[in-house]
Ligand binder design. Sequence first.
Ligand code: ZN
Length: 203
Amino acid sequence: MKLICIGRNYTEHINELENEKPSDPVVFLKPDTSILLKKQPFFIPDFSNEVHHEVEVLVKINRVGKHIDKKFAHKYYNDIGLGIDFTARDLQRQLKAKGLPWEKAKAFDGAAVIGKWIPKNELDNINNIGFSLKKNDEIVQIGNSSHMLWKIDELIEYVSKYFTLKIGDVIFTGTPAGVGKVVANDKLIGYIENIEMFSITVK
Ligand code: ZN
């Protein structure tokens, strides 16, 4: 399985990193080895001094498809989740400056947190999902899927032009504003509405 990640999908996050607003979604992949194993802490890798949390809504693909029209995209997923796209921001900055791929900063072991799943029919409207990330005792990121530049079904249409979607693939739909550095002993808890979706400790 593969993780398909979207960058720059929320205007306020684009502004906080001083990125340009893209005319197409920014897409990158993470390998399955980047998934943080259940109940394991996240270990800050020794090649970075600035790992950031990026909380993101996740979509789990449940049907094989390619060139999926957005009108039919809803048939290709049933479960919505929440996760973290951990990013070694210092390394990403260096790679970006040289025009190099981001994988070393985004696809390392443990860099993808995948929490629990909620059937989409238990959510009133997938284009109006409130979600947040609590770090220790403070809410550090608040988002709503209504603010996505490209909505879930549009993302499926877009990424399936390039990649065949397979059962079990996960789409990370981009992070809202409020990304920030994690340090050892931080505790990160993600919520969709008031439902706890994951809880992890940083080491
Ligand atoms: Zn991200």
